[in-house]
Ligand binder design. Structure first.
Ligand SMILES: Cc1ncc(COP(=O)(O)OP(=O)(O)O)c(N)n1
Ligand code: 3NM
Ligand code: MG
Length: 209
């Protein structure tokens, strides 16, 4: 499967009261990967919401990824995204099997991405490229680093951090396959606008293959 397109990431605070309506609106516009990102410790709610998202994703033929939690991903039979402090990749690969999508945060360090590739990552994520309201403290990455990574790596590259329709084009031009977006997608005022944005992000990646 080719990992290229919009990578929508949920945010439980931003989506409070409109979670499923906004996620479905995004899926309607076209989403390659949907990440369930909930930083709370409410395990029961996390399981319930992730199960609901799995049903929704299967209707739209979108792959669901769970942030941080390989055990929950294994329970649901979906993929996982692991940061540098979320546990090592090889046991997650062993747990989820060879076909599961596993992503790795690499900040702005190509060496971390090369290690993740050796350990069986399905894609690597670099960022943050722009100021992010969702994660203000994330270390910064540059377009030059992205271009260098594109030359050295042979697996899909995801760009994250403050990505919007206004600033996304250079990321694609410098080698991003996946655009991971929270606020630039779900910060919209209506479901119609979420769908429009999702379609526009997807078109951006289609037109520059
Ligand atoms: C696609 C994608 N890229 C990076 C991250 C960040 O992961 P991490 O560094 O573990 O930070 P948290 O998201 O867990 O706060 C991500 N989630 N998704
Ligand atoms: C979850 C996350 N990780 C980042 C990183 O740089 O690793 S930036 C980020 C937040 C992305 O949200 P928004 O699109 O609203 O900026
Ligand atoms: Mg994490």
């Amino acid at each position: 499967m080719k990992l290229r397109g919009l990578y929508a990431i949920t945010d439980s605070q931003l989506l409070a009261g409109k979670f499923l309506a906004y996620v479905e609106a995004a899926l309607d516009g076209g989403v390659t990967l949907l990440q369930y990102r909930d930083k709370s410790n409410d395990e029961a709610r996390r399981l319930r919401e992730a199960q609901t998202l799995r049903e929704l994703c299967s209707r739209y033929k979108t792959q669901l990824i769970i942030n941080d939690d390989a055990e929950l991903a294994a329970r649901l039979g979906v993929g996982v995204h692991l940061g540098q402090t979320d546990g090592p990749l090889p046991p997650a690969r062993a747990l989820l099997g060879p076909k599961a999508i596993i992503g790795a945060t690499c900040h702005s360090q190509i060496e971390l991405a090369e290690q993740a590739a050796r350990e069986g990552a399905s894609y690597v994520a670099f960022g943050r490229f722009f100021n992010s309201n969702t994660k203000p403290g994330a270390p910064a990455a540059t377009l030059q680093m992205l271009a260098d990574a594109r030359k050295r790596l042979h697996l899909p590259i995801c760009a994250i951090g403050g990505v919007t329709l206004e600033n996304a084009e250079p990321l694609v031009a410098h080698g991003a396959d996946l655009l991971a977006v929270v606020h630039g997608l779900f910060g919209a005022d209506s479901t119609q606008e979420v769908t429009r944005r999702a379609r526009a992000f997807s078109d951006l990646l289609k037109s520059s293959v």
